[in-house]
Design a protein around this ligand. Structure first.
Ligand SMILES: Nc1ncnc2c1ncn2[C@@H]1O[C@H](COP(=O)(O)OP(=O)(O)O)[C@@H](O)[C@H]1O
Ligand SMILES: [Mg+2]
Length: 303
């Protein structure tokens, strides 16, 4: 069949060549991609803290945050800095669920360590850190019960707090029930005013809900270059984001000293920055609890 001479000018589908459909030259890149600006945390933090969950000030919605990086990357340091800022600027209650044996970073936050769910009433900003000498399966059963108790007691109307998992992969590995509860937190916690924050070692592995329900993603540079691809895919096109992650500094590897750089992105606004915590973490005492919500934040006359 002969082709009409004026094919180029005709609207509608173009003919497909024997090599397959024509693809734009730059198909592996996102035309909207912009290299993220490098902004130290001391400059970024006020905007971040002001925007987190307040994208629409008339309709504040909890926005989940995931922090990804291998052990020693600086995840806990970033978490503590971000939660301290929320406490100082917005008095947001937050509980960090911790299962590690010892983590000195938490001591720099200045928050009390609690191990009973009811203690959050007295200490709205606290580290939930139950300990046991049990080993193996008994240890898992212990943490399963303790974390389960906490998550159950925080599941109330107007819970209005941040629930942070220092190691979400560990929590999810405790039992099928815990996995389902964590999933429920991701999916439905927002309706109770619960903001979920999760730290993990690698982008893959955890439940898909985490990625689809998170609005903020912060990721440190992977130790192994072979992992760059998976890290990049979290953010968009590999070709765009692999060089970004490759450019990140980390101690003993970079040329900008000892900075632990991370990329933080807000999926709602599609804004991303390369940042690093340049403000030392110092203990700040949490504000006094305000009393039950039905008292409108006022202390009862006869406490
Ligand atoms: N921005 C920072 N400035 C100074 N020290 C940091 C910073 N980030 C992390 N560190 C230190 O590096 C070590 C590892 O950080 P940490 O947050 O515990 O990593 P992760 O939670 O990813 O294992 C800790 O001793 C912590 O105090
Ligand atoms: Mg940590």
């Amino acid at each position: 069949m002969s082709q009409p001479a004026n094919l180029e000018a005709r609207p509608g589908p173009q003919p497909v060549s024997p090599q397959g459909p024509a693809v734009p030259v730059d198909h592996r890149h996102d035309p909207a991609f912009r290299w993220p600006a490098r902004v130290p945390w001391s400059v970024l933090e006020p905007d971040f803290t002001g925007a987190w969950g307040l994208a629409d000030p008339g309709d504040p919605q909890p926005e989940g945050l995931e922090i990804i990086g291998q052990t020693g990357s600086g995840k806990t340091y970033l978490l503590c800095s971000a939660l301290q800022a929320r406490m100082v600027r917005r008095e947001t209650p937050a509980v960090i669920i911790c299962t590690k044996k010892a983590d000195r970073v938490f001591a720099r936050l200045g928050w009390p360590v609690i191990d009973r769910p009811e203690d959050v009433n007295k200490h709205p900003n606290a580290i939930y850190w139950p300990t046991t000498s049990a080993m193996g399966n008994q240890r898992k059963a212990f943490y399963d019960r303790k974390i389960g108790d906490l998550l159950e007691s925080l599941w109330v109307e107007d819970s209005n707090r941040i629930v942070a998992f220092d190691e979400i992969g560990y929590a999810e590995s405790l039992s099928g029930d815990m996995r389902a509860t964590v999933q429920q937190y991701w999916r439905e916690g927002r309706s109770l005013g619960i903001t979920v924050v999760a730290m993990k070692q690698r982008p893959q592995g955890t439940q898909r809900d985490m990625h689809s329900e998170t609005y903020w993603t912060a990721a440190f540079k992977p130790k192994d270059r072979g992992d760059l691809e998976r890290w990049a895919e979290l953010y968009g096109h590999r070709r765009d984001w692999m060089p970004v992650f490759d450019s990140l500094d980390r101690p003993a590897h970079g040329d900008r000293g000892e900075q632990r750089e991370f990329v933080i992105r807000h999926s709602r606004s599609d804004e991303a920055y390369i940042s690093w915590i340049d403000t030392p973490l110092h203990p700040v005492d949490p504000p006094k609890p305000k009393g039950p919500a039905w008292l409108g934040g006022k202390k009862p006359a006869n406490p």
